[in-house]
Write a protein that binds this ligand. Structure first.
Ligand code: 5GP
Ligand code: ZN
Length: 142
């Protein structure tokens, strides 16, 4: 897609430190290097976010992530774990609207990545949780 940074990276019009590519995905170092080895895995096909994947593309992309994640982890003995993050929509911190998965190697409690979500469990009754459950189930049945 014209004016998409990641389509330009796929086309080779913008250089990248590519670590893996095949006919479906490209994996390259995130320019920000949030932690050393921070990698992006993207489908070569322009798809803006997770909501737009069809099952075939999802299977093809997701099935490649563990192998790439293992290689990133094995590349540095200091890597203790990894966060895999996929932002969808501006509100969810998406800034490039070509779907991508962040592989963020983790080194220590005090490296440069953190993620928080509050535990609000004591603010919900079982009835409220059931109502949420049912509204989502209804959508899945469509
Ligand atoms: P988002 O915020 O959409 O989840 O993540 C977009 C990511 O793309 C950011 O972490 C940013 O550093 C990375 N990024 C943006 N432009 C470029 C680029 O031209 N090259 C590379 N390698 N990464 C980029
Ligand atoms: Zn694109």
């Amino acid at each position: 897609m014209k004016d998409c940074i990641f389509c330009k990276i796929v086309a080779g019009d913008i250089p990248s430190y590519t670590i893996y590519e095949d006919d479906v995905v490209k994996a390259f170092l995130d320019i920000s290097q949030g932690t050393p080895g921070h990698t992006l895995v993207i489908p070569k096909k322009h798809v803006p976010n997770i909501f737009e994947y069809d099952p075939e593309l999802a299977g093809e992309v997701f099935s490649r992530i563990p192998k790439i994640a293992r290689a990133v982890k094995a590349s540095n003995p200091d890597i203790q774990g990894m966060n895999i993050v996929n932002n969808n929509g501006q509100i969810a911190y998406q800034s490039v609207f070509h779907s991508h998965f962040h592989l963020v190697p983790r080194y220590t409690d005090h490296d440069d990545f953190s993620m928080t979500f509050k535990d609000n469990s004591n603010e919900y009754t079982p009835e409220q949780l059931e109502a949420i459950q049912n509204s989502i189930i209804k959508e899945l049945g469509k």
